[in-house]
Ligand binder design. Structure first.
Ligand code: ARG
Length: 504
């Protein structure tokens, strides 16, 4: 028996925005009506409210988070030279651009929200779509939250230099961050959304200060680090692929507007434009930021610091140096908040499709927040923080994410042959997705060939583990009585009810 009912008559969602930064119109319009046995949630109609500017800022806001404050050190370490590391930053931006172009074709052709999930379902069918949802829920989003929170811990530690930098304290801080944002998102989604505006502002200010400061220092002639800059470059393709992992982490999020295609105004125009403008903007900012770091410290110093933006601030900002760690803390906190929120959303869509236990798609009956999925995502993230560290989690993340980016763009190529009939408002030259898929293959296979890290085995096992779940429970639709009992237990315990969203 379900406690609480919802009106499922109309096909509308109450869990609209999968974006990381703008969850403002989340449940605002949901009215609660009392009903004999619970609460009836009136479905709301989604408006097409995301235009070019808001779409672009949504992507930029998602992309910038923790990576630019943590990855420069690792990219330099794995490439061996300043010159090659800058090349990796440029190429990663270009790769994100190729991805954004491919996703623009996919998003204007299959005009459903849900990103990869929707495209893979169309191209490869249910199993692949399931595996994506599964992996995204269990691995991709959760490890993102873990990495970003650990970065927060890293920058927090700079406030207590006398303590050294004990790993356990950073992890504890990361766990506190995850618990805090989980609680906020369970209590009030609009509060979480309002905070987001402030956090996005903080990260833009931080990067602007670094960029402008860097340009000034370049003008003053601090260019010694750029002389003879390719000396010592790494030539092993596998190490270079790993360097890409770190830079691509910082660029991750370029695909995020595709999750909310149904909410974009005039998506045929605005989706491609916002995708392209956002990625170009971020690429320029990231390159200038990297250059700026190197105007304030030597390559050797950059390699030895954990919190590079703090060192930069100490050298350049003098008395105002405190601004830097503060801004980075806000930036990472906002990114963790946004990612946890949208992570919850994928769980939600997948469980409504019958691809994950249904109880995960329920909402809190009074607060109308997707509490079960948020708690679920937060718990897995914490489980990753405890044994993990930023570096290995980024490898784990990038390996898995690029496996699926490659498959998704592969679906574009496949659909050109299998679904010639679909209208394609934007048809990009086929060479773009082909190059993208080849690079994705290199990124996924390269690191395994030379250095089969345990992270990749874990990631692979998680993906394959999805099948163990799929075959009995999704394909054969086996329903164990215990599931109903567990669902009921959680419903009573947490006051959650099914929500009125119905998937396509
Ligand atoms: N690029 C972001 C950062 O540097 C991480 C994005 C994680 N992915 C996402 N879809 N939220 O922190």
């Amino acid at each position: 028996k379900r406690y609480g009912t919802v009106d499922n008559g109309t096909r509308q969602r109450t869990f609209p925005n999968g974006s990381d930064n703008d969850n403002s119109h989340d449940y605002e319009n949901v009215k609660e009506k009392n009903d004999t046995d619970g609460v009836v949630i009136e479905p709301i109609k989604l408006k097409r409210s995301v235009g070019l500017i808001s779409g672009t800022s949504l992507i930029v806001g998602t992309i910038i988070g923790s990576g630019i404050f943590i990855s420069p050190t690792d990219v330099l370490d794995r490439t061996g030279s300043v010159g090659l590391s800058l090349v990796i930053w440029v190429l990663s931006g270009l790769l994100a651009l190729l991805g954004a172009l491919s996703y623009s074709e996919l998003g204007t052709m299959i005009r459903k929200s849900g990103g990869e999930y929707a495209y893979m379902k169309e191209a490869y069918g249910d199993v692949m779509a399931f595996l994506f949802a599964w992996t995204s829920v269990i691995v991709i989003r959760t490890s993102s939250v873990a990495i970003i929170s650990l970065t927060f811990g890293e920058y927090m530690a700079t406030f207590f230099p006398m303590c050294g930098s004990p790993e356990n304290i950073k992890k504890l801080v990361a766990i506190v961050v995850i618990v805090t944002i989980a609680v906020v998102n369970c209590i009030d989604t609009t509060l979480a959304a309002r905070m987001q505006v402030f956090f996005t502002g903080a990260k833009l200010i931080a990067l602007m200060i670094i960029v402008v400061g860097g340009l000034i220092r370049l003008g003053q002639g601090h260019v010694s680090q750029f002389k003879d800059s390719f000396k010592g470059s790494e030539t092993n393709p596998s190490s270079i692929a790993l360097a890409f992992y770190n830079a691509l982490w910082a660029y991750d999020g370029w695909n995020n507007l595709n999750y909310v295609t149904e909410e974009i105004e005039d998506p045929k125009k605005n989706l491609p434009r916002a995708n392209i403008i956002a990625v170009l903007l971020v690429t320029i900012v990231y390159i200038l930021t990297n250059i700026s770091y190197l105007t304030a410290m030597t390559a050797a110093e950059l390699l030895s610091v954990d919190a590079v933006a703090v060192t930069w601030g100490d050298r350049v900002l003098g008395g105002a140096a405190i601004l830097m760690p503060l801004a980075v803390l806000f930036s990472t906190f906002g990114a963790a908040n946004g990612t946890l929120f949208s992570g919850g959303r994928v769980v939600y869509v997948a469980s409504r499709e019958g691809h994950l236990p249904e109880v995960l798609s329920y909402v809190h009956c009074k607060r109308v927040t997707p509490m079960p999925s948020i708690v679920f995502t937060a718990l897995i993230s914490i489980a990753m923080v405890i044994p993990g560290n930023i570096g290995s989690l980024i490898d784990f993340f990038s390996f898995t994410a690029w496996l699926f980016y490659g498959l998704t763009v592969g679906s574009l190529i496949l659909l050109r042959f299998t679904r010639k009939d679909i209208e394609r408002p934007l048809k990009i030259p086929i060479i773009i997705p082909i190059v993208f898929v080849l690079i994705a293959c290199y990124l996924v296979i390269g690191p395994i060939v030379q250095d089969p890290k345990i992270e990749f085995l874990y990631a692979f096992l998680f993906v394959i583990g999805g099948l163990l779940f799929y075959i009995p429970f999704v394909f054969f639709k086996i329903e164990l009585r215990i599931f109903a009992k567990v669902t009921e237990f959680f419903q009573l315990l947490c006051e959650i009810v099914p929500s009125p969203y119905e998937p396509d």
